[in-house]
Design a protein around this ligand. Sequence first.
Ligand code: HEM
Length: 452
Amino acid sequence: MSDPPLSALAHIPGTDGWPFIGNTLQLLADPKGTAERFAKLYGPVHRSHSFGGRTVSLLGPDANEFVLMDQEKVFSSKHGWERVFELLFPGGLIMRDFDEHRLHRKALAVAFKPEPMKSYLMSLNQGIATAVAAWKNASPDFRLYPAIKKMTLDLAAVSFLGDDCGPDLDAIKQAYVDMIAACVGVVRRPIPGTQMRRGVKAREFMIKYLGGQIAARRASDGHDLFTQLCKATTDDGALLTPQEVLDHMSFLMMAAHDTLASSLTSFVYFLSVNPDWQEKLREEIRALDLVEGEPLPYERLDGLPLTEMAFNESLRLIPPAPSILRRAERDTEFAGFPIPRGTHVAINVLYTHHMPELWPEPERFDPLRFTSEAIAARHKYAFIGFGGGAHMCLGLRFAYMQAKCFAYRLLTTCVISARPNYKPDWKYWPIPMPRDGLQVKFSVPTITERGA
Ligand code: HEM
């Protein structure tokens, strides 16, 4: 299906920007400011031109609900995201639609049941303890973001593949780094010398590496995510094909690693500049009454509601997936604007999460926005950090589990501080990250801070 011509979208206010590059540079430089400016200039339904195509943006919680709930089954996730993921993560869950998507999502859900989750938590506890221990003695030029990125990739590799990858671990991690970088490379074809070429090569490596292990994993009793997928079946009892296992595995590792690196970094930043909240979370952790150094048990995850609220508030302020893409497969209409078949549509997570009418004083860090009463009083689609509807993040519980395990270890062994008035500049594309790598300090808590 080809994109609708400009004449078919002329009734929607907006701009085509500069010849060829459209509005790409503005969106890259300042996605939040650009969305807010366009909303003022053209209204909450407007078109722009970026990353090689025209997109209609639908802003606000009603738009989020309309697109994500998709009652009429109009919007394709596969065709929305294919500009980004087509060559690198084809066949991932987000690249499937409607009945086929439902079937695969159900099959994959086994990997997020309590038994495998308990086993992932064991690996997380171990990996996080090792990483955090090294940060305490770091040199003054230590930067947190690269350290967290390394940690989340190590954690994803071990909890997803098991700890028997041994000598191949570094090659696997490099392959992921190359594939993720290629997703947002400017050149979209695998021409020699480009990021896309390196990404496509890395995908070939991963397919060969993982593909060679499927038979053995099907016969094993491992609890890692790869083994779970190798054994996963659809409704009719059929195993996923090797290609399907590989496609899902590749996408899951990508979906987990960068989003967690970004969100854990902003979480640490907000705790470093909000010492009162840092202390509240430390108290909540102390109230679990665990022995010093003990791994966080799966059964105690529900005992950290304030930690979950503070993590949500960081996701609100700096969402790792700042927008969500779809394509209309049939003619539809929103807020009186006809949207023709073939139109690429985007909803804007970052914009919604900063709307003052939904979030008073939107720039203020206030985890109390996530008490159950506050949630019940707000539009259901005001917070869409994990999306919503049929494609809502499948790894949401894994993400909360990792964030809690991380907070547990970090806050029981370190006090986080930042220099006065520290406010890093965030680069939002391809995924939010602090431009300076995040300069925070970890010190050993005093006896009072440890609550001893
Ligand atoms: C803080 C961390 C995370 C954030 C903010 C996040 C955010 C999101 C969002 C917004 C979507 C919906 C995209 C759409 O509707 O087009 C999504 C989908 C998805 N996420 Fe996450 N995610 C996170 C962590 C994870 C983790 C840890 C995993 C795996 C272990 C994961 C696996 C997935 C999968 C498989 C999908 C596709 C679901 C589907 O299409 O049915 N995510 N995520």
